[in-house]
Design a protein around this ligand. Structure first.
Ligand SMILES: [Zn+2]
Length: 678
């Protein structure tokens, strides 16, 4: 009996919490007007997670925990759309838009001077999807596909925060709608797109050509976990089929209804009288376009009155009552006069096309990126070709495709040797890379700044500006040279007094005595961050130990993957790198190994993994992490499915949301202190 009432209480509380979390999620993501603090919100989520863990039978279909953990599928199912998802006709000029208006009036038998109400909204450049809500609960999501049949991607769409799992009860309509199909576009914002491609380049993966492809690729992932990491946004633009408890008279009413039901609607919607006002709206938006956080490719103009929409109907798979008024393409054709190879701060070789200067949307473009060898080969681009170049927003112009092949057959090939230092180039996934990290002049400034940075050798006063001056004046060519600077070398530089020289020499001296993991991290080996540096020292000891390990051993030992293993292995194969390390030691750099085994043996946390989020009261982040390391624990920097402890302090960061979703073991500062008690 007693158990029954406990279960009943749990069920009630799960219901309450699910509703509360969904509501606050709506306030936060859709209205951007939260009414509780992040901390309070997280408390609700945490309580819900605990209860759901204990009573999985009461987890509701619209539970926020359903946003993750969907099963990885082998293949997408098919969904037939109740009402086909039509595509829009395009218009590219004022004349074409005016003709669209004229046709409508003729079809309806209106006088040409009569004005029609149009609803204008953004034309998003994303992936069209359909969401089905039954009794307010999100039950199925699909892609547009060919308009008639799409792919079933419910689990992936669930991971998107701007897609509510449950509709808000509509206040103005005073009832729930029992069935509705919401149509929208899923997109990735410009920032997210840039970051994703940077990450992919780092990881040696092929790049996405534009945010639309990135969004589409992210939704069409068999593993929802990957989708959840992509920061996608959904904006709705209309409805498909719906139960008729609610009557709409205009397109604008539909959008207002969706908005109050908690569906994400872009704010830039306007009902105008007559086509000339729609054109004004377009001109206005075109000016704002570059400053928007996401890509749009124009506006959509829809007849606002639904009765008129019905009368107008459709013609060859496009509605007669709507058109997409597109921005003129920011693309032009020009010739490639040369291809330069630039070497970035991380050693990646990038082919850059030198163009016959061309005016694209008011900007003279002289260079465009070819991204990497894969892209160049795939598009078969070479010097002398006439190509289509595209410029969009703040992204570097890129060559889209060849329109006329020049005399040179085949694609341009990146050199086998670094154009900057002559070292052999190593193919690292999609990246071609100069591995001469410690001496290549193109990489050297970045390498030295990293070496001296706070978390590495911590040489105070050796920031970007001074490093730049030292390298430009030929005073240092690699990181070892720092320790061979002589008195007077620095004070000869502009803006550098004797006092500051003395200070710098002091911190250089101090840096010679540093823990071994920080020394390894400071070397800036590709893919070796603090965490992996720490593991390398734990498993292999010093430089000699790491150097003598094979790729297989490096990769398999702690499951870091072959990519990273290879990069470490190659680093220690290059004589110039070994020479620099040798000179560092000769100059008196003598890193020490912290012996963790004694204290770690008896510790409760040996071998356990930790991640910290938010600020602690009694420790700095570094202190807390060092304690964990010294007791034999492992510090993780990114949230993953397998983590033993998440230590959450005040005002936890973005990691926290993921942690909660993954139902990880969250502890507070007091519990952490208890753990590390000797
Ligand atoms: Zn180089």
């Amino acid at each position: 009996m007693k158990e029954d009432s406990a279960a009943k209480n749990a069920k009630n509380r799960i219901d309450e919490l699910t509703d509360a979390v969904n509501y606050h999620n709506y306030r936060y993501y859709m209205l951007e007007d939260p009414v509780i603090s992040d901390f309070e919100f997280d408390k609700l989520v945490k309580e819900l997670a605990v209860l759901e863990n204990a009573y999985p039978e009461y987890i509701r279909e619209d539970s926020p925990s359903k946003r993750v953990g969907g099963a990885v599928s082998e293949k997408f199912g098919q969904v037939k759309h109740n009402i086909p998802m039509l595509s829009l006709d395009n218009a590219y000029s004022k004349d074409e838009v005016t003709e669209f208006d004229g046709k409508i009036k003729r079809f309806l038998g209106y006088d040409i001077r009569e004005e029609i109400d149009y609803e204008c909204e953004f034309k998003f450049d994303g992936l069209a999807i359909e969401l089905v809500y039954k009794n307010g609960i999100f039950v199925q999501g699909s892609t547009r596909g060919d308009g008639v049949t799409g792919e079933e991607v419910t689990a992936n769409l669930r991971t998107i925060n701007t897609i509510p799992l449950k509709l808000q009860k509509d206040i103005s309509y005073q009832k729930n709608i029992s069935y509705i199909e919401v149509r929208g576009e899923v997109l990735m914002d410009k920032k997210g797109f840039k970051r994703l491609n940077e990450e992919r380049l780092e990881e040696g993966l092929s790049l996405f050509a534009n945010p639309r492809n990135a969004a589409s690729g992210s939704i069409r992932q068999l593993d929802p976990e990957i989708t959840s990491r992509r920061n996608l946004i959904m904006f709705a633009y209309g409805v498909g089929d719906y139960s008729k408890e609610i009557k709409f008279e205009t397109q604008f009413e539909i959008m207002s209804f969706l908005r109050t039901a908690g569906i994400n609607i872009n704010k830039n919607i306007k009902v105008v009288k007559g086509i000339s006002d729609a054109i004004d709206f377009f001109d206005d938006i075109e000016k704002k376009r570059e400053s928007l956080p996401f890509e749009i490719d124009g506006i959509v103009i829809k007849v606002n009155d639904l009765k008129l929409q019905e009368r107008l109907g459709e013609i060859s798979k496009s509605p007669r009552w709507a058109t997409a008024y597109k921005f003129s393409a920011k693309q032009e054709v020009t010739g490639i006069t040369g291809i330069e190879v630039s070497v970035g701060r991380t050693g990646i070789l990038t082919p850059v096309a030198i163009l016959n200067p061309v005016n694209i949307g008011g900007v003279i473009v002289k260079r465009a990126t070819l991204h990497n060898q894969d892209e160049t080969s795939k598009k078969n681009i070479n010097i002398g070709d006439r190509v289509l170049v595209e410029r969009s927003g703040d992204v570097i112009p890129e060559v889209v495709k060849v329109v006329f092949k020049g005399k040179k057959a085949g694609a341009f090939k990146l050199p086998d040797f670094c154009p900057c230092c002559g070292s052999p180039v190593v193919i690292d996934g999609a990246a071609h890379r100069c591995m001469n990290e410690l001496s290549c002049p193109c990489q050297i400034k970045g390498a030295i700044v990293h070496f001296a940075s706070k978390r590495a050798m911590d040489i105070e006063g050796l920031g970007e500006k001074i490093v730049g001056k030292l390298v430009e004046n030929g005073l240092i060519k690699n990181v070892a040279d720092i320790y061979y600077l002589k008195q007077g070398d620095l004070s000869s530089l502009e803006g550098f007094g004797e006092k500051s020289e003395e200070n710098l020499f002091n911190s250089i001296e101090k840096s010679k005595n540093i823990s071994y993991d920080r020394f390894i991290y400071a070397l800036g080996i590709r893919h070796v961050g603090e965490h992996i540096a720490d593991l390398l020292v734990k498993y292999f000891g010093d430089v000699n130990g790491i150097k003598s390990a094979g790729i297989e051993e490096l990769s398999s030992k702690f499951g870091i993957g072959e990519e990273i293993g290879k990069s470490i292995f190659n680093f220690f194969r290059l004589n110039s790198n070994l020479a620099v390390i040798e000179r560092l030691f000769k100059a008196g750099v003598s890193p020490y190994i912290i012996n963790v085994s004694i204290s770690a043996e008896n510790s409760k946390i040996a071998g356990k993994s930790f991640i910290f989020t938010g600020g602690l009261k009694d420790f700095t982040r570094d202190e807390a992490e060092n304690i964990v390391r010294e007791m034999g624990g492992i510090i993780e920097k990114t949230v993953k499915k397998k983590l033993d402890y998440v230590v959450a302090g005040g005002e936890p960061g973005s990691k926290y949301g993921k942690v909660v979703k993954l139902k990880l073991n969250i502890i507070n500062e007091d519990e952490f202190k208890e753990l590390i008690k000797k």
